[in-house]
Design a binder for this molecule. Structure first.
Ligand SMILES: Cc1cc2nc3c(=O)[nH]c(=O)nc-3n(C[C@H](O)[C@H](O)[C@H](O)COP(=O)(O)OP(=O)(O)OC[C@H]3O[C@@H](n4cnc5c(N)ncnc54)[C@H](O)[C@@H]3O)c2cc1C
Length: 381
């Protein structure tokens, strides 16, 4: 973790100077955190996962987890935008080698390029393994290019990112295919702007693609192999980093709640909210939930690094556990801080709203329960 020791002060400065001061306005105005991304780019953190061959930091999952966790304590919205960027990079990096792909990789490493994942669709909803969007060979230059058609439903950084890592059905036969799509291509359109309950600055808008012409050299992996490629390269980052957004959020909401209960006095007794055993018990239970989720997330990272046999289970568990814990912990923070938490100045209601997203981001918690339950039952039949 020598690299982390160099990165931590840089990250801390960006959070302190740029991200935390803007968090309230990012939420209130539903403003995309562009200044944060520029600062993260300058600090080298957009290129965290980029290979050193293209000028990146060549870091991996443990460092990405630390970056996302710290940012999420103050602005889960920025943490989620960066999570989706890192997920995009995790799918772009293994497919370098061509001049076109390497140019994008160098831009990412230099902090000039933001990517994101364009997976969910209006037709297939949260069933992200079954896209309805197509990639067809039709067109004058058939063979060298494909035409993408789809209606993506809710894509973080829609219209803001420089590229979309896009999933479609395979050009022929079964399976899905991944593409790197330049967000400025003709035929891409944002039909309506995101106006969400939480993570309001995320620009998680729909994206319509009508006959978008994409060169075949931007195919990521083999035609039809999209699910296998996602399983190998994306899943470790996607599940742990979304879990980490929830973990950091819980740390942030508990810190705010503790500061409030310790600093608030009743004039009648002179005691603080923190003197009330009921309040203390709620906080203890919330901290326990947050720590359990964090430990599971940590074990998922260890499982990935060691290539353990239970890696898939741990990855799914850590996303579900952290998402559900964040719902409970942010609810507790609202309760123990009373009417004060209802107002915006404590920042607790913002984190409460932001916490709602992870459990409905695909694979949703209920879908994960179904997957894990199926594995359990199959193991005994
Ligand atoms: C803030 C935010 C940011 C997002 N960013 C991105 C992004 O960057 N890229 C991207 O591709 N997508 C993104 N998404 C979309 C996300 O991944 C999901 O696809 C989307 O939230 C699902 O919403 P839906 O209304 O289609 O859910 P639905 O599929 O309609 O689900 C509704 C309910 O049914 C449950 N359900 C559905 N199927 C099952 C099942 N088989 N078993 C049990 N329960 C089930 C779900 O758990 C959910 O509770 C984002 C979503 C949010 C909220």
């Amino acid at each position: 973790m020598e690299l982390w020791q160099q990165l931590q002060p840089r990250l801390e400065e960006v959070v302190r100077e740029v991200i935390a001061p803007a968090a309230e306005e990012t939420d209130r105005q539903a403003r995309y955190p562009r200044a944060a991304l520029n600062a993260l780019g300058k600090a080298g953190l957009l290129g965290l996962l980029s290979s050193t061959e293209v000028g990146g930091l060549g870091a991996g999952l443990p460092e990405a987890v630390r970056v996302i966790e710290r940012i999420a304590q103050d602005c889960p919205c920025t943490a989620m935008v960066l999570t989706m960027h890192y997920c995009g990079v995790a799918l772009i990096e293994p497919f370098g080698g061509s001049p076109e792909m390497d140019a994008v990789r160098r831009d990412i490493a230099a902090g000039r390029h933001v990517s994101t994942l364009a997976v969910s669709e209006a037709a297939s909803r949260s069933h992200i393994w079954a896209p309805a969007g197509t990639a067809s060979n039709a067109g004058e230059e058939a063979g060298d290019v494909v035409q993408l058609n789809a209606l993506k439903s809710m894509i973080t950084s829609a219209g803001e990112a420089d590229s979309y890592v896009w999933i479609s059905r395979a050009t022929q036969g079964d399976g899905n295919t991944l593409w790197l799509v330049d967000s400025r291509l003709p035929g891409l359109r944002i039909p309506s702007q995101f106006d969400g309950m939480g993570l309001r600055g995320n620009a998680s808008s729909p994206i319509a693609a009508e006959n978008v012409v994409v060169p075949r050299h931007f195919m990521l992996g083999a035609d039809g192999a999209g699910e296998a490629v996602k399983g190998q390269h994306l899943m470790p980052f996607f599940t742990t980093l979304i879990a980490t957004t929830s973990v950091g959020l819980m740390q942030g909401v508990l810190r705010r709640a503790l500061l409030h209960v310790a600093g608030t006095r009743f004039s009648s007794t002179g005691g603080s909210l923190a003197d009330l055993p009921t309040i203390r018990a709620y906080l203890a239970k919330a901290q326990l939930k947050a720590d359990q989720a964090q430990l599971l997330r940590d074990d998922a990272v260890v499982a990935v690094q060691a290539g353990r046999a239970d890696t898939r289970t741990r990855l799914l568990q850590c996303k579900a556990a952290a998402a559900e814990a964040a719902l409970e912990v942010s609810d507790t923070a609202m309760r123990v801080c009373g009417g004060a938490a209802f107002r915006k100045e404590l920042g607790i209601e913002r984190l409460f709203r932001d916490a709602r997203a992870a459990s409905v981001m695909a694979p949703t918690t209920d879908v994960i329960y179904d997957m894990l339950g199926k594995s359990l039952c199959e193991a005994v039949t």
